[in-house]
Design a protein around this ligand. Structure first.
Ligand SMILES: CCCCCC/C=C/C(=O)SCCNC(=O)CCNC(=O)[C@H](O)C(C)(C)COP(=O)(O)OP(=O)(O)OC[C@H]1O[C@@H](n2cnc3c(N)ncnc32)[C@H](O)[C@@H]1OP(=O)(O)O
Length: 390
């Protein structure tokens, strides 16, 4: 809503200390002898420096006080019923009745002083301060109502260790309760993720195989369950190639943005394994039976553009502008009405939740058996011995 004079612009400007000093001096002048014309002018300048948009209700109040101070009581005709913005402004001004100009000026200065104080205390912290502590395999940050969960094992192509599955679940749990509007999952480095860390299958004492397979299936059930039940919009920012489970759970995301460098690969048969992440249900729904079979059964690797054409990816961006374009888009989306967005997500998901949990349980019990098979063990040993052969 544009409002002449009083609330013209909200732009980046003075640093916190100068804002605090000006807020303090405004506060001191108002308590001493009533606001002067100079205080009023200074407050008008101060409004332009606010970093945080105070919202339409406050802007209307500022507008009304500004008009009352500079022109006195409202005596212009009420704008027509369809001129919504000017009508709201007129109503706010008119509501001040015969408030004396000096009182309006004082109230304007007081209001700006309060806004400046809260604005300076809520200014954006540097990146290091925004990083949430307590994660070893992730970097979790919150900014612009977006919580970003970044997988952070770039040297291992963000392969998912047991610790990483657990930390992602914890980060999702925290994000479901924080004040963010959107949640992003992305990867650090050249890969989005190379899927399950094949070392998860190693160093298991011979007698413990069945127990470990059972534990793995429980962990996987809970991990995928978090994505099924997640109440807010989930966005995957696919910065590079994605393999295995990092691909299959994409069917549970709301938006998937990919760099044109990304690829999508689910080599389950090659690994003696079977699909998980609810992909045996979501992929045929998303891309049709034939294309899903090519990926999930025959391990066909898709380019980002192919994955987009098949409906798995929302949009593909050139790698050179990927981060800039995606984050501009997400920042705009994060300003949408939060509750409406969350309710829409939940309405869509609730239709499928029961089915998805049943699919998740079924996939995991099949996988639990697969992990004990020779086919699976041979594939893991073959990957791990590859390095030794080089
Ligand atoms: C609790 C259990 C839940 C199970 C859920 C079921 C999930 C299933 C899946 O996700 S199946 C998919 C599993 N992933 C893979 O099969 C990929 C294996 N990795 C590769 O094929 C390659 O590493 C690559 C194509 C991803 C990348 O190749 P390249 O560019 O040549 O890089 P490097 O191979 O040299 O990799 C660098 C470094 O990272 C290690 N690494 C990469 N991916 C994995 C992985 N998935 N598991 C373990 N380690 C991985 C690789 O060994 C190198 O390590 P090094 O530097 O040699 O120590």
């Amino acid at each position: 809503m544009a409002m002449a004079g009083a609330v013209r612009c909200w732009r980046l400007g003075a640093g916190p200390s100068s804002l605090q000093i000006q807020a303090l001096s405004l506060h001191m002048s108002k308590t001493a002898m009533g606001a002067s014309q100079k205080d009023f002018e200074s407050a008008m300048n101060q409004v332009k420096l606010l970093k945080k948009d105070p919202g339409n209700e406050v802007k209307l109040k500022l507008y009304a006080l500004y008009k009352q101070t500079t022109e006195g009581p409202c005596n212009t005709p009420r704008p027509g019923v369809f001129d919504l913005i000017n009508k709201a402004k007129w109503d706010a001004w008119n509501a001040l009745g015969n408030l004396p100009k000096e009182t309006a000026r004082q109230n304007y200065v007081d209001l700006v002083s309060d806004l400046s104080s809260s604005d300076s205390s809520s200014q954006v912290k540097p990146e290091a301060d925004r990083k949430q502590p307590g994660y070893e395999t992730l970097v979790v940050t919150s900014e612009d109502s977006i919580t970003k969960i970044m997988m952070n094992r770039p040297a291992k192509k963000n392969a998912l260790t047991v610790q990483m599955y657990r930390e992602i679940m914890l980060a999702l749990e925290a994000a479901s309760k924080d004040d963010s509007t959107l949640i992003v999952l992305t990867g650090n480095g050249d890969y989005y993720s190379s899927g399950n860390d094949l070392m998860n299958f190693m160093n298991i004492p011979p007698g413990e195989m069945e127990k470990e397979a059972k534990n793995g299936a429980i962990l996987l059930r809970d991990f995928v369950g978090c994505f099924i039940d997640f109440p807010k919009p989930l966005v995957a920012v696919i910065n590079g190639p994605a393999v295995g489970i990092s691909v299959t759970i994409l069917g549970l995301f709301d938006l998937v943005y990919a760099s044109d460098r990304a690829t999508f690969h689910t080599p389950f048969t090659h690994l003696g394994q079977s699909p998980e992440g609810c992909s045996s249900y979501t992929f045929p729904k998303i891309m049709g039976q034939a294309k899903a079979a090519e990926m999930l059964m025959f391990g066909k690797k898709l380019t980002a553009r192919e994955a987009c054409a098949q409906g798995l990816v929302t949009e593909v961006f050139p790698d050179s502008t990927f981060q800039k374009e995606v984050w501009t888009r997400l920042k705009a989306y994060s300003k949408l009405p939060r509750n409406a967005l969350h309710i829409s997500k939940q309405s869509i998901r609730n239709l499928e939740k029961e089915k998805l949990h049943a699919v998740n349980a079924g996939e995991n019990s099949v996988l639990q058996e697969r992990w004990l098979s020779d086919e699976c063990m041979n594939a893991v040993v073959s990957f791990l011995s590859r390095k030794a052969k080089l």
